[in-house]
Ligand binder design. Sequence first.
Ligand code: ADP
Ligand code: ZN
Length: 525
Amino acid sequence: GKKEDDMANAAALQVLKEKFGYDSFRPGQDQVIDRIMNHENTLAVMPTGGGKSLCYQIPALLLSGITVVVSPLIALMKDQVDALNDNGIAATFINSSITFQEIDYRLDMCARGEVKLLYVAPERLDNENFRHQLDALPIDLVAVDEAHCISHWGHDFRPSYLNLQTVVQELHSHPTIIALTATATKRVAQDICVRLAIPQSGMVNTGFERSNLSFKVVRDQDKDTYLLEYLKLNHDQAGIIYASTRKEVDRLTNLLAHKHFPVTAYHAGMSEMERNQNQEDFLFDRKPIMVATNAFGMGIDKSNVRFVIHDQVPGDLESYYQEAGRAGRDGLPSEAILLFKPQDLQIRHFFIDQSEGDDDYKAREYGKLQTMQQYANTGECLQQFILRYFGQTGSAPCGRCSNCLDDREYFDVTIDAQKVLSCVVRMHARFGKVVIAQVLGGSNNEKLRTNNLTDLPTYGIMANQTQKQLTGFIDFLTADGYLQPTEGQFPTLTITEKGVAVLKGQDQVRRKLAAKPTQSRAAAS
Ligand code: ADP
Ligand code: ZN
């Protein structure tokens, strides 16, 4: 009832103040804690830095039994537990880094009631013996951190997470479940709820918006030049530069070191010692610029990261948002910049192609890559684009991103759009953007001739534009939803409802351009 809720609130607030030294809850925290104290399974979706940890740490202190925290961040468990111990909170962890003897010892401590929070790696749950040992403990709450790892639709699926379902069901103490994540599309959120018996109404979503982050896409520029200029203008600032391959990380690190920037590097090809050393140099601002592959950063809690630059495009928007989100955890203005070169998509194609997943998996990955490509090409607000992808509609343009701040003029490109769209319709969804651009540009090649594409009335109607301009324009129309690519490695394009409205003259297309586009109508007539 209401009265009990208020009491739970008061108790939670007291723990917040006394144990953690904070005066008030962040958005969503109190709601999540209330639900847990009412034994209601809950999915908490909060942005990075939103304060997810307290959502289970405070209940852990209020409940009489043990809270088990499942976390994939093995490398950080010790630090997390140390930090809690420093706050006078009884916590311990079990993962592959400790001996069997030590495991037994720690489980005994749990059984004696000397531990409030027990952190475990998901792989532990693959072990039946360990599951039995867990079952002997009075577990009141199971917290599943990085809960998107349970879903195939997430960007970081981990098979061990699937075991959670059974483990939690089998526990005799019937613990409450709290799942936490900063990245969940609607699909992923649904998956988490189904697998962990969380009711649809059990989601507390504070939204994904990061109001202190400014997103930026940089296209058609020499990336190295941009990077060097940027770092010169922002010296003394801490930042992360992500690249897709170890080779590129090494190249960039050398480039920046050569120009005397305080740079260090991190990728999986380095020795553990070297990685730890470099990570510390970064964390303690001895070398505030980190160049890394995506092996770096999970759970890194460096609050003063002022910029995250992606030198190469990541494979999906969830990864991008998570990596970019490592900027500005302290709430101060920070930048997330994507240096986009269409050719970089080839590396991603290669990764997907070489991956071990089945065809379904690959189709999903190609689909996600397309979304990433659309992000890079959209003319809309970048924050809105991201939020929409995560299912959050109705937000206003952010006013901070490179598209919102793009002060080039809008031009009416409806007629050009109609040419492209009608060409797409005539090609019956059988071809991708390169061939479409060739038809519009009037290329004279074998493939077009054998497919009778040179006979189309739209053949050559945009011959005054280069292939690069044409594919760029098609990318723009795709990113802004006038065209829809199929999933798969070689997507073909079809027209959307929004595109049909343009063809029928019911809607206009506007695009920001530096110079007035050439009116190809005159050229064509
Ligand atoms: P997340 O896991 O959601 O990325 P954390 O749990 O690591 O975020 O919290 C981010 C930071 O915010 C931490 O330094 C944490 O101590 C701080 N924090 C959490 N809750 C509050 C609060 N209610 N008031 C002030 N600071 C908070
Ligand atoms: Zn914006």
